[in-house]
Ligand binder design. Structure first.
Ligand code: G3P
Ligand code: CA
Length: 375
C-alpha cells in the first residue's frame, strides 16, 4: 500500500498538474483511511466531549457518543488491584476530591489506589467549580470509569457506535499494560478478526475494521502494542521536548523569558528536518499506521504546543503511507488551519463543534443530549 500510494500520488500529480494535485492526494489519503476502516477526516472525542462535561466520565463519553463522534479517546491506567481505567493525570488532585477523601495520600499516583477506593471519589465537582457557566448539578459525584464501563457506553446506543482510541498513559508505570489491554479487548469482543470489513456507515465505526486505535507517546509501548495486537491500527504521538523529538533550543521555559508555556512551545521546533523524519520513519518501521502530532493554537492556552502539522511534515508522513491525527483542537479557526495543512483527523474536546465544521452536525443540541442522559 505505501509504495503504491506514493507512486500513484506522484503520477497523478504529474498528470493532473499542480491545481489538481491536492485533490489527487486528498483521494489517496481517503483511500488510505478507508483501508484501515478509519473515518476521514476523523472526529476523536478527547476524554469524551470534555468541553461540555467532566473529562473521562460517563457524562462526557455518553455525550460524545450521542453527538456522533467517531472515537472515544481515553488515557489508560491500571489500579493497584489490576483494573484498567481512564484518567489523564498521574495523580488524582486536579479532577477528584482525593484531598478530602484521602488527605494523607492526595499526592499518590492513581495506581496506588484500588478500584474500590477510586470509585469512592467524586470526579465531577471540580468541573462545576472550574467552569460555573457549564456546571450542572448532576455532574457532582460522577465516577472514574473502568475500561469495561467505557466499552459498555460505546456499545449502548444502537444509532451511534463510536470506536475506542486508547492511549497507554505513562506506560513505564504499568508494566504489562499492553498485554492486559489486549486481554480485555479480546474478552469484550473488540479484537474479533471477523470484523475485518469497514463500518457500514458513518455512525458505526465501533462495529467495523477501525473500531480500535491504539496510541502512545512511548516508543517502547508502541513496540509492545505491536507485538500484542499486530492487527490493530496504531498511532505514535509526537511531541517536541523530553521523551519526544529533540528541540532546536534546550533553553527551559523558566529561563526563556516567555510569558506563558504556549508562547514557549510555539517557538520550539524539532532540531532539524532529519529529526522529524526520523520519528516518522521509526513509527512506520514499528507498524504504526499514522502519527498524532501536537499543534500550536491561534489563541494559545494549555493545549497549545509545537506546530508539528506544517504542510511539509504532513506531506512526508503521507508519502510514507501514514495518516495524521492532530491533538488537541477546539476552535474553528484552528480546525480550518490544520485541515488546510493536510491532517486526516482531529482530537477535540468539542466534538459538537468539530462535527459542525465537518458538516456532520448532531441532530440534537449538547443540552438536549445531556438532559436525555440525565445530566
Ligand atoms: O492522546 C492525544 C492527546 O490526548 C495527547 O495529549 O496529554 O491530552 O493525553 P494528552
Ligand atoms: Ca490522550
Amino acid at each position: 500500500m505505501p509504495a503504491t500510494f506514493t507512486k500513484s500520488a506522484l503520477l497523478l500529480s504529474l498528470m493532473l498538474g499542480l491545481g489538481q494535485a491536492h485533490a489527487a492526494s486528498q483521494s489517496a489519503t481517503d483511500a488510505l483511511a478507508a483501508a484501515h476502516g478509519i473515518p476521514h477526516p476523523a472526529v476523536i472525542a478527547h476524554r469524551g466531549a470534555s468541553f461540555d462535561a467532566p473529562e473521562s466520565t460517563a457524562a462526557s463519553y455518553k455525550l460524545a457518543r450521542d453527538l456522533g463522534a467517531d472515537y472515544l479517546e481515553m488515557d489508560l491506567q491500571r489500579s493497584k488491584d489490576g483494573v484498567l481505567f481512564a484518567l489523564h493525570d498521574n495523580n488524582l488532585q486536579r479532577t477528584t476530591d482525593v484531598a478530602s477523601k484521602f488527605p494523607d495520600r492526595k499526592d499518590s499516583p492513581a495506581n496506588a489506589f484500588t478500584m474500590a477506593e477510586l470509585k469512592t471519589l467524586d470526579a465531577g465537582s471540580w468541573y462545576n467549580t472550574k467552569y460555573p457557566d457549564r456546571a450542572r448539578p448532576a455532574y457532582a459525584g460522577l465516577k472514574i470509569l473502568t475500561l469495561d464501563e467505557i466499552i459498555d457506553i460505546a456499545q449502548a446506543n444502537p444509532q451511534h457506535k463510536p470506536g475506542l482510541y486508547i492511549e497507554t498513559k505513562e506506560p513505564q508505570l504499568f508494566p504489562g499494560i499492553e498485554h492486559d489491554l489486549k486481554e480485555k479487548l479480546q474478552a469484550r469482543g473488540w479484537l474479533n478478526p471477523a470484523d475485518s470489513k469497514p463500518a457500514k456507515n458513518q455512525l458505526a465505526v465501533g462495529e467495523g475494521k477501525g473500531k480500535v486505535i491504539l496510541q502512545t507517546f512511548e516508543k517502547n509501548s508502541l513496540e509492545l502494542l505491536q507485538k500484542e495486537m499486530p492487527q490493530v491500527p496504531k498511532i505514535l504521538l509526537l511531541w517536541v521536548g523530553e521523551g519526544g523529538m529533540e528541540p532546536q533550543s534546550k533553553v527551559s521555559f523558566a529561563d526563556s523569558g516567555d510569558k506563558d508555556k504556549a508562547t514557549y512551545y510555539a517557538r520550539q521546533q524539532p532540531k532539524s528536518e532529519a529529526e522529524f523524519k526520523q520519528w516518522i520513519d521509526y513509527a512506520k518501521a514499528q507498524g504504526a499506521i499514522g502519527t498524532g502530532p501536537s499543534a500550536a493554537l491561534t489563541h494559545g492556552g494549555d493545549q497549545s504546543y509545537s506546530d508539528l502539522v506544517q504542510p511539509w511534515m504532513n506531506k512526508y508522513t503521507h508519502d510514507k503511507g501514514m495518516l495524521v491525527h492532530v491533538y488537541t483542537i477546539d476552535e474553528p479557526v484552528d480546525f480550518q488551519k490544520v485541515m488546510a495543512a493536510g491532517v486526516d483527523g482531529i482530537f477535540t474536546n468539542r466534538a459538537s463543534e468539530l462535527l459542525k465544521f465537518y458538516k456532520r452536525p448532531a441532530a440534537e443540541t449538547v443540552d438536549q443530549l445531556l438532559k436525555k442522559n440525565g445530566y
